[in-house]
Design a protein around this ligand. Structure first.
Ligand code: ATP
Length: 255
């Protein structure tokens, strides 16, 4: 397998006669984490569906590496609350055809730190527990590429940072590529290699620090958001004492 996992070349889509995506080109490499950001209706989920091969009839080309295994965590998954479905059974449903599905399900649940949920009914899970179970489900078949559509949705603030840390640990452990839709750029920027800022077309792209100061990003998300991001990345050429005063001005560091 060569180093790119998926490659989009001038992808465009019209739905109901309206352009939804235009001239989208990018590459996602093995081991790379690409974060897709953009306002509501920007076309993020549509692009994800094209990457997954769930959509046809678009212009341009979406190339997937031969034999590519993709694990997908959807934005939403509706499960009928009255359905008597345990986590064990839910994961096994996606593991038909492989030997020892329950062992695999258990191992992946352990990897995302929720093996204790194995016999819980899916309908009783909290938002954060459900997201981890969905992540385990995406991991079950040892994917080369993980596609995560707003993985921290419905997770409380503390849980969000933990979940993003876990996603990064998974990438390091498995060496898989990750395409992730996220609105939480401040939480993912430390681990993101490349940000694609989408609003029908790719408005800007690059390292998170570059994108957060790009005029196209500022026009879409506003200065406030960019200033909030700057808190996470700004460079200091001085150090503060415990009273907040500047005590030194001769070293460079980040915090
Ligand atoms: N089947 C369809 N027919 C017509 N328009 C559609 C269809 N599916 C999606 N759209 C439109 O395409 C646009 C992009 O939708 P998409 O779900 O890709 O956006 P998104 O960036 O994921 O938004 P959000 O952040 O709100 O999830 C929206 O305006 C949506 O209404």
């Amino acid at each position: 397998m060569s180093d790119w996992l998926v490659k989009a070349e001038n992808v465009g889509v019209k739905l109901g006669g309206r352009p939804i995506l235009q001239d989208i080109s990018f590459e996602l490499q093995r081991g790379q984490l690409v974060t897709l950001i953009g306002p509501n209706g920007a076309g993020k989920t549509t692009l994800v569906r094209i990457v997954l091969g769930l959509m046809t009839g678009y212009q341009g080309k979406l190339r997937r590496q031969q034999g590519l295994r993709i694990g997908y965590m959807p934005q939403k998954l509706y499960i009928e609350p009255t359905l008597p479905l345990t986590v064990r059974r839910f994961l096994s449903l996606g593991l038909t055809g492989i030997s020892q599905p329950v062992t695999v399900a258990e191992a992946t649940l352990a990897e995302v730190n929720v093996v204790h949920l194995l016999d819980q009914p899916v309908s009783a899970l909290s938002g954060g527990e459900m997201q981890r179970v969905l992540l385990a489900r995406a991991l079950c078949r040892s994917p080369h590429l993980l596609v995560l559509d707003e993985p921290a949705q419905g997770v409380d603030v503390n849980g969000q940072a933990e979940l993003y840390d876990l996603i990064n640990t998974i990438r390091e452990r498995h060496g898989c590529g990750i395409l992730m839709v996220s609105h939480d750029l401040h939480l993912v920027m430390a681990t993101t290699d490349e940000v694609l800022c989408l609003n029908q077309h790719i408005c800007c792209h690059g390292k998170p620090e570059q994108v957060s100061t790009d005029p196209a990003y500022l026009a879409l998300f506003g200065r406030k958001e960019a200033e909030a991001l700057a808190v996470y990345t700004h460079h200091h050429n001085h150090v503060h004492g415990i009273d907040g005063d500047v005590v030194e001005d001769n070293c460079q560091h980040e915090h």
